[in-house]
Design a protein around this ligand. Structure first.
Ligand SMILES: [Zn+2]
Length: 701
């Protein structure tokens, strides 16, 4: 598949994920709206009832949304009581309270649904003129609660729909700066940035500008769109802040606090006992210390970042950025579903299910296989979310294990973090979340938790990072133990065996009870596999040579005739190949191995934690022939895998799981795991496993 086709496919996937994220939010919004309408019905018993005159409904709405922006999409619900009802209610609101935000925004909401973008734009603008601007550098305590920001985001959306992407970007950057926690603002900004990038790729400088000005794109919005993309990717405002922080942290009175923070990271143990910390990890430890360490023993809410922002020598704009970091940064386990920025990446926190659209430094993405999970902080700088300085890259399995542990800790800590009255419902929600995550469902099927629970879980993850890091160390210390049913280390070997006397070989196999003929050759059966070995192997490689037949016996090898004087032998350990050769030798067949190709899962599949980077594989002799053999072995693996019962699929075969919509989530999760391994293996120069091919076979593309 060419780079372009891949990029196109990746973009389509990113769209789908964004769409899912948006739909998740719409669902949430709808639930909220419905809750509010229930309130309206309880208080005014009117809004949705077609029998209620619009004036009465208007009165009720004014009472409910006094000075606030009615929920986006509310007009749809009002229209349920009769076509055109929402427009009539909006008009009535404006008559009762001319120029009110409630009336203007509701009328704009109606226009948006009818795709009358110009009208909607005018109404939102008028509402904005009537809304006092929020003071700079102070953010609403509850994200999304600021009237001005909410109106700006909707205005930006309408302007974008009219093709004025550069204008929309100006408005949206400001909205994000005014309320970095506003999820809708992030979403619309992401869409506008993607459109700007698309314009850059598809519209020539001399072509007419899509804004409708009549000028060429190159002389109108083109340069502004390019500047907006550059602004999104420019990390210098963050670097500036980091540099000032670095100098601050070196002060003699501050340094001991930082040292203590790093010691905390290693749970008081000497760092060398915790493995060799790389630069990434030290940065992560420092980033955590900035929000956990403080000078006042009786006040853990006053931390290093607060000291920095309040220090008289800190320039005001850097103080503002430090306060923004302090208020909004989120530590999480971020799943990287896409590795091609567009220009940002939609990252999902596996703990809370929440999405953040962030600009990630290219060097942090280098060598990162798709579906990796990164442990670290995301933080807004001037409203643009960015990856923090230090990330620990995890495999998908490690990511889920750590997210599960974070939720377990959350369960333990919850009663200490929230008032007793709300602990019960939050606990139930948390349990549901943990169960969902454990079911192995793909991340976009995981609904984001409520903002209340997310708030608690953020604190837990921030606090528990050293414990999570410790768990990761333990996971990685466990040796990769992949064995076949004979207890031998698993290697997938395909060997060409030349025979001096093929008839002698066939006679010997016919006489041997463990060999059974099939269409193209023989199967060599072994003893029954014990459940634990099978589960382990399946989990790690999905080994095809451990299939239990009806007899309950495992398969030791597939032996196929290869011309008149050769066998092609597929076997999953060195020991088995040696034993087979011994059987043939004793029978007088005179076997000799002409060539073999070997896939060592422990080497080929990245060991956990070693997936990223690493040295490329040295060139081999007969590279071309070997590559051909490997490709063949992989094709054989794919052919058999799709029809084998897989424990990770509840004992069903991939083909069975693919044919049942309920089986899709687990199968998808498994395919993603393969995709991760394939990409990781490629960075070491190893051949792929053909996951795309598998997806096509299964209809899971
Ligand atoms: Zn233009």
């Amino acid at each position: 598949m060419g780079t372009n086709a891949r990029r196109k496919k990746d973009r389509a996937r990113a769209r789908r994920r964004q769409e899912n994220a948006r739909r998740g939010r719409t669902r949430e919004t709808r639930a909220r709206v419905e809750g509010q309408v229930a309130e309206i019905q309880a208080r005014a018993a009117a809004v949705q009832d077609p029998g209620t005159p619009p004036e009465e409904a208007a009165q009720a709405l004014l009472g409910l949304f006094d000075g606030r922006v009615p929920t986006h999409g509310l007009s749809r619900l009002i229209d349920k009581g009769g076509q055109g009802r929402a427009a009539a209610v909006a008009e009535a609101v404006l008559e009762l309270s001319p120029g009110s935000v409630v009336g203007l925004a509701l009328a704009a909401d109606v226009a948006e649904r009818e795709e009358q973008w110009e009208r909607a734009e005018g109404l939102y603008l008028e509402a904005l003129y009537r809304t006092p601007a929020a003071p700079d550098g102070e953010w609403p305590l509850e994200p999304g609660s600021s009237v001005g920001t909410e109106l700006s985001v909707r205005l930006g959306g309408c302007i974008m729909e009219r093709g004025r992407v550069a204008d929309a970007l100006d408005i949206l950057f400001n909205a994000c700066r005014d309320d970095p926690g506003h999820e809708g603002a992030q979403q619309v900004l992401a869409e506008a940035l993607a459109r700007a990038r698309e314009h850059g790729r598809t519209i020539g400088a001399a072509e007419p500008c899509p804004c409708g000005s009549g000028r060429s794109h190159g002389e109108c919005c083109g340069p502004r769109e390019a500047a907006a993309l550059a602004r999104f990717e420019d990390r210098s405002p963050m670097y500036e802040l980091r540099e000032a922080l670095r100098v601050f942290l070196e002060r003699p009175e501050i340094d001991p606090l930082l040292v203590q923070g790093i010691r905390d990271w290693y749970l008081g143990r000497p760092p060398e006992e915790m493995g060799d910390p790389d630069e990434q990890e030290v940065r992560l430890a420092v980033e955590r210390a900035l929000v956990t360490m403080g000078p006042r023993p009786d006040d853990d809410h006053y931390v290093l970042l607060d000291m920095f922002s309040e220090d008289p020598s800190t320039p005001p704009e850097l103080a503002r950025r430090a306060r923004e970091w302090r208020q909004f940064a989120i530590f999480g386990l971020w799943e990287v579903g896409e590795t091609t920025p567009d220009p940002g990446l939609l990252l999902q926190d596996l703990v809370t299910g929440r999405y953040v659209h962030a600009a990630v430094a290219p060097e942090q993405l280098e060598g990162l296989p798709r579906w990796s999970v990164v442990l670290g902080a995301l933080l807004p700088v001037e409203g643009i979310w960015r990856s923090g300085a230090g990330f620990l890259a995890l495999t998908p399995t490690e990511g889920r294990a750590l997210a599960d542990e974070a939720l377990r800790l959350g369960r333990v800590l919850l009663p200490h973090l929230v008032p007793r009255a709300v602990a019960g419902p939050l606990q139930r929600e948390l349990d549901g979340r943990r169960k969902e995550l454990r079911s192995g469902a793909p991340s976009e099927d995981l609904e984001p938790v409520s903002p209340e629970l997310a708030h608690v879980l953020d604190k837990v993850v921030g606090g528990a990072m050293p414990a999570l890091r410790d768990l990761l160390r333990e996971l990685r210390a466990r040796p990769m133990d992949v064995r076949n049913t004979d207890g031998e280390p698993l290697e997938l070997i395909t060997a060409r065996v030349r025979l001096r006397d093929r008839m002698a070989a066939e006679d010997a196999m016919e006489a041997h009870p463990d060999f059974v003929t099939h269409e193209t050759g023989w199967v060599w059966y072994g003893k029954p596999a014990d459940a634990a070995t099978r589960a382990m192997n399946e989990a790690v490689v999905g080994s095809e040579l451990e299939v239990e037949e009806d007899s309950g016996r495992s398969v030791r090898a597939f032996i196929d005739a290869d011309g008149l004087e050769r066998f092609k032998v597929e076997v999953n350990s060195r020991g088995r190949l040696d034993r087979l050769l011994e059987i043939l030798r004793r029978a007088g067949a005179g076997p000799s191995v002409e060539s073999e190709t070997r896939i060592d899962p422990a080497l080929d599949l990245p060991a956990p934690g070693e997936a990223v980077g690493g040295a490329p594989r040295p060139p081999r002799e007969h590279e071309e022939e070997l590559a051909k053999l490997e490709a063949e072995a992989m094709a054989a693996w794919r052919r058999s895998w799709v029809d084998e019962p897989v424990p990770a699929l509840g004992g069903r075969t991939p083909r069975e799981a693919a044919s049942d919509p309920e089986g899709h989530p687990l199968l998808e999760a498994l395919l993603r795991d393969f995709e991760y391994r394939e990409q990781a293996a490629r960075t070491h120069g190893a051949p792929g496993h053909g996951v795309e091919e598998l997806r096509r076979t299964l209809g899971m593309a």
